[in-house]
Design a binder for this molecule. Structure first.
Ligand SMILES: [Fe+2]
Length: 222
C-alpha cells in the first residue's frame, strides 16, 4: 500500500495551511486551483471496505484546523442522510459522477431541496447545517475528496454529526462516518426525529434499494 501522499494532495494541503479559508466558498476557490488528480490518489482507495461501512473512508490528513478524506464508492454505496456537526467550512470534490440529495427542514419534516447529480470535477459546499446524502448509483467504482474545517480552535472538526435513519424514524450523533443503518454498527443512543415527507421518503428508498437487505436483516434479528 502506498503511504506517501501524491504531489497534488500535498500541494492542496500546503495551500490550505498557508491560506486557511474562512468559509466553504474560499475553500472551493482553492480546490479549483489545486485540484486532486484522480490517477494519483487511486492507490489510496478503500473499495474493499466491509459491508457495515456503506462506503470506503480513508483519512489522508487531520490537524487542528482541517481534515481530508478520500471516500471510495462501489456501485450502490451511499451515505446516510446527515449533517456536518462541528464543521464550519468544507467541500467535497467529485472525482467521478455521483447521485446527490440536499434536504431542508420544513414544518418538522425533512424535504428534498435539490436532487441534481454531483458530477466529476464539481465541488459541493459542506458545513454544519447542510443536510445531504450522496452515493454511487452508477456501474463503476467512484472516488471523492472531502475536506472539513473549523475556525474554532476549541473544537475538533467533523464531530457531533447528525445521522438520520428514515427506516426507524430516528436519528443519532456520531463522531465520524455517516454510514447507513447496519446491524453491526447500530448506535447506542437513538433520538426521535420527525421524518421525511412522503416524496423524500419514496426517493430515499428508491435510491438505497441496494442496501435494504441489511435493514430487513436487522429487523429480523432485533
Ligand atoms: Fe456529508
Amino acid at each position: 500500500m502506498k503511504t506517501s501522499l501524491p504531489s497534488s494532495v500535498l500541494r492542496l494541503i500546503k495551500e490550505i495551511q498557508e491560506n486557511v479559508p474562512k468559509n466553504s466558498k474560499e475553500l472551493a476557490g482553492i480546490l479549483q486551483n489545486h485540484s486532486v488528480i484522480r490517477e494519483e490518489i487511486l492507490p489510496f482507495h478503500t473499495f474493499n471496505h466491509s459491508a457495515k461501512e456503506s462506503y470506503g473512508r480513508r483519512e489522508l490528513i487531520r490537524n487542528e484546523t482541517f481534515c481530508i478524506y478520500l471516500m471510495s464508492w462501489c456501485p450502490g454505496d451511499f451515505t446516510a442522510i446527515h449533517d456536518h456537526g462541528t464543521t464550519q467550512w468544507g467541500c467535497v470534490l467529485a472525482l467521478d459522477d455521483f447521485t446527490h440529495r440536499l434536504y431542508q427542514l420544513s414544518e418538522d419534516k425533512l424535504e428534498l431541496k435539490d436532487n441534481r447529480p454531483f458530477l466529476k470535477g464539481q465541488t459541493a459546499a459542506v458545513y454544519n447545517n447542510v443536510i445531504h446524502m450522496m452515493g454511487n448509483a452508477g456501474k463503476n467504482n467512484a472516488l471523492s475528496i472531502h475536506i472539513y474545517g473549523t475556525s474554532d480552535s476549541q473544537q475538533q472538526v467533523a464531530r457531533d454529526t447528525r445521522i438520520f435513519y428514515p427506516e426507524l424514524g430516528q436519528m443519532t450523533y456520531t463522531q465520524g462516518a455517516a454510514y447507513r443503518l447496519h446491524p453491526e454498527n447500530m448506535p447506542e443512543r437513538l433520538y426521535d426525529f420527525p421524518g421525511l415527507d412522503s416524496a423524500a421518503l419514496e426517493d430515499y428508498f428508491n435510491l438505497t434499494e441496494h442496501h435494504r437487505q441489511g435493514v430487513s436483516t436487522f429487523k429480523t434479528l432485533h
